[in-house]
Write a protein that binds this ligand. Structure first.
Ligand SMILES: Cc1ncc(COP(=O)(O)O)c(C=O)c1O
Length: 399
């Protein structure tokens, strides 16, 4: 069975969960997506292209931000050639990496960074520790490689953190990689500096690579933005992956990166990245322009302001009702409420969609029953409140 076959098998497994199929929401008669698709969006609309590119062409008449001559810098192919402008310097500054700009590789989104680092770091039989619930990309990749996957649950009663004793027990001399999402998707939990240090020490003890997907870093809602340290600052074999999708609402731009003190890990990951997708010059320019420090601050602070507002609406709602129990997220736009009532997650979210036209993801997709992912990102405030009212209406029959 090839690597591709294994991934296809995994995807069809995921599609077989009825609630995960987008077809469920598509009305074949009107040929329109049914309304109320998501309780709250994951990200924010991409307004930044307008914000970041000057309306006037640059003095030499080439279109593009001031100082960038698209003809000269990108060649007619649109490939970036040898220049990435000073994107990597900007990343070091904005994301507070304590590594040199050349210790950053560019990838096709954070997904590309995760893919490249995992593919470059482990092989068949290697032991990998993966938390649950977390971002769902890594587990099928590790299985497809033939790694020995050890799922280590995040404990809800500990605020969706690992029980450190369990982590100590799980780690062995065969552990080649530990994976982490910080802040965590879908629970919004943050590991602070002290906690990260403990995890790094354990990884160092067995000389494992520690890959941290930091997609939501910078969107902290209770502590200053970026005050959660990037894991790559804390341990030589740690890799911090991030991209422009969330913090800069640029999911369509497809620019991500991996940063590490360990150049060897990066060189191997870069070899994978270069064989699995190129980043075009325009993508680089957009990521570069969005990372201009004042633009970066304006966009990211706007998201944080909105996130705080939506989270306070969500928190108020959660306090008032009895059905859900929920850790209040500390970053990003996702929450992961759970319930003790006798209904499984897929039936629950399907029923919610059928009766109220509000769509949430079942926790089953994250490997956790009786939970659902409830986004509270940038949809109009009144619509979000209305969605919460509909959810509240739906849960009455279980109470
Ligand atoms: C934790 C996490 N990692 C990676 C991704 C994918 O990011 P990108 O669009 O940069 O590939 C997402 C998207 O939701 C995410 O939540």
């Amino acid at each position: 069975m090839t690597f591709g076959d294994k991934l296809i098998e995994w995807q069809s497994f995921r599609k077989s969960e009825k609630a995960n199929s987008r077809k469920d929401f598509f009305d074949p008669i009107s040929r329109k997506w049914k309304p109320g698709y998501s309780a709250g969006e994951m990200g924010y609309p991409l307004t930044m292209i307008k914000e970041i590119l000057p309306s006037e062409p640059s003095p030499d008449k080439a279109i593009g931000p001031d100082g960038v001559n698209l003809d000269y810098d990108m060649d007619w192919t649109g490939q970036p050639g040898n220049t990435y402008f000073d994107l990597k310097d900007r990343l070091v500054e904005n994301f507070k990496y304590e590594v040199a700009p050349e210790n950053i590789i560019l990838t096709n989104g954070t997904q590309g960074a995760n893919f490249s680092v995992i593919m470059a770091s482990i092989q068949k039989g290697d032991e990998v520790i993966i938390p649950r619930p977390t971002w769902t990309q890594w587990e099928p990749l590790c299985h497809a490689i033939g790694a020995r996957v050890k799922i280590l649950p995040l404990r809800e009663e500990l605020g969706w953190k690992w029980d450190m004793e369990e982590l100590k027990e799980a780690i062995s001399k065969n552990t080649k990689m530990i994976l982490l999402c910080n802040p965590n998707n879908p629970t919004g939990r943050i590991y602070n500096k002290k906690e990260l240090k403990e995890i790094c020490e354990l990884a160092e003890y067995v000389d494992a690579v520690l890959m941290a997907d930091e997609e939501f870093r910078g969107l902290e809602l209770d502590v200053p933005s970026m005050s959660t340290p990037p894991t790559c600052n804390m341990y030589y074999n740690a890799v911090s992956n991030q991209g422009v999708s969330k913090i800069l609402s640029g999911a369509g731009i497809r620019v991500g990166w991996a940063a590490s003190q360990n150049k060897d890990i990066l060189d191997r990951a870069n070899a994978v990245a270069r064989q699995t997708g190129q980043i075009g010059g325009l993508q680089v320019i957009l990521a570069w322009a969005a990372n201009e420090p004042t633009v970066f601050k304006k966009i990211s602070q706007g998201h944080i302001k909105f996130g705080k507002k939506s989270r306070s609406i969500l928190t108020k709602y959660l306090k008032e009702q009895e059905f859900f129990e929920c850790f209040i997220p500390k970053a990003g736009f996702l929450s992961f409420p759970g319930w003790k009532y006798d209904i499984d997650a897929i039936s629950f979210v399907d029923g919610l969609f059928e009766s109220e036209r509000v769509r949430c993801w079942p926790g089953t997709k994250y490997g956790v029953e009786k939970h659902m992912r409830l986004g509270y990102g940038r949809i109009p405030t009144e619509m979000f409140k209305d969605n919460l009212r509909k959810i509240d209406n739906y849960i009455q029959k279980f109470i």
